[in-house]
Write a protein that binds this ligand. Structure first.
Ligand code: AMP
Length: 374
């Protein structure tokens, strides 16, 4: 039995990947509405309800998490009862944007310039150092572009400060203790955004998916293209090298994602997620072994599967509203995934993967689908 903290769509896709291998799953989440509800054991409880956590841990073989704002204490508690992967240290490093950036630097991985901001005067000093435009971010609980303020010119500093100081309520799924504390980051005029998904097994072997090109709007991932068009071998090698450094430094087990900004042949790490990732959904139909299956293989100490793409793919997130299923499926080469979540503005409720023989054809197919998505 595999225990998973978090019961959202990532958990659902993990379970769906595990059933062909004969695996069984138990999930725990504080949210009532859980996309895994219909397909696995589900325990609804607060992540800091230790009694519930002990019930959850009973007779598990291994545990993991699919939500990176699970409190580290929860994962550490669980790790005293059952092996937990990825290691709690990976979760800790990814929960605080400042620690995460310092961790990247300690491994020689480039990032945008950044300065810690704990008081109003720090912000002025940070703006002097970094200049505008810059982005003020909360150190914790930021995801999907939440907890950020773009400062285009210095005069907007005060507004940014006032907005993010109150950002203690930024998450509707708030579970980790909120640590006030911000950081200012230089705005990167990137060529594009890329992500590297990698996996490391219990024996230390690693596999790397091809680089993925990601398009965001309003802080949310909208479209991924995989493998990233026009990626050079040097760029791919750099991304793999960076991912390998993180995996080895943490003695990591499972899937890890690093999001990068590309500037020419340079990669600046923006953040890492110690879990399966939205920019890897294409791997379900598009890769030799999906990120979900490889995460499970890693946790269980099984041999990892090949991570090569079978064909060029695109993944379109369905956000806020669902398209007509019949109309989507009428298009050649499309695969629809619905998460069983109630549509709400800004909410990821499903995705579509499109495959074709060439990336050009994938892009043509995406354009044909667009009118179905408002
Ligand atoms: P994050 O929550 O850090 O992943 O940021 C969400 C999105 O905001 C990123 O995917 C980028 O599109 C944009 N963004 C974040 N940080 C920066 C930056 N320093 N420079 C330019 N764009 C950024």
């Amino acid at each position: 039995m595999i225990g998973v903290l978090g019961a959202g769509q990532l958990g659902r896709m993990l379970a769906l990947a595990g059933y062909p291998l004969g695996l069984r799953f138990r999930f725990l989440d504080s949210a009532h509405e859980a996309p895994v509800r219909d397909l696995a054991e589900f325990l609804q409880a607060d992540f800091t309800d230790w009694a519930a956590l002990n019930r959850f841990a009973a007779s598990l073989d291994v545990a993991t998490y699919e939500f990176e704002n699970v409190p580290v204490e929860t994962v550490e508690h669980l790790a005293r009862c059952v092996p937990v992967f990825p290691p709690p240290a990976a979760l800790r490093a990814s929960q605080d944007r400042l620690d995460e950036k310092m961790f990247f630097h300690s491994l020689g991985i480039a990032t945008a310039p950044f300065v810690a901001v704990d008081a109003r005067a720090d912000l002025d000093r940070a703006l002097d150092e970094i200049g505008c435009p810059a982005i003020l971010k909360t150190r914790r609980m930021g995801y999907d572009g939440k907890g950020q303020y773009l400062i285009r010119e210095r005069a907007a500093g005060e507004q940014a400060w006032q907005t993010l100081r109150r950002a203690g309520s930024i998450s509707d799924r708030q579970t980790a203790a909120y640590t006030p504390g911000l950081l200012l980051e230089g705005f990167v005029h990137f060529d594009r955004e890329l992500s590297q998904i990698a996996v490391r097994g219990r024996d230390g072997r690693m596999a790397f998916y091809p680089l993925v090109e990601n398009h965001h709007a309003d802080g949310l991932l909208r479209l991924s293209l995989a493998p990233a068009p026009k990626r050079t071998p040097a760029l791919e090698q750099l991304a793999r090298d960076y991912a390998a450094r993180v995996l080895e430094a943490l003695n990591y087990v499972g899937v890890l994602t690093i999001e990068f900004f590309q500037q020419g042949e340079q990669l600046l790490a923006n953040e890492m997620a110690p879990r399966v990732h939205n920019s890897g959904h294409w791997t379900i139909e598009g890769a030799e072994t999906s990120q979900f299956e490889n995460h499970l293989r890693a946790l269980l100490g099984l041999p990892l599967g090949a991570a090569e793409a079978r064909q060029p793919c695109a993944m379109l997130n369905l956000i806020g509203e669902l398209p007509d299923t019949r109309a989507v499926l009428a298009h050649v080469g499309t695969h629809l995934h619905l998460y069983g979540k109630k549509p709400r503005p800004g909410r990821k409720i499903g995705h579509i993967t499109v495959r074709a023989g060439t990336i050009e054809e994938v892009l043509v197919r995406i354009e044909r689908l667009r009118p179905l998505l408002r």
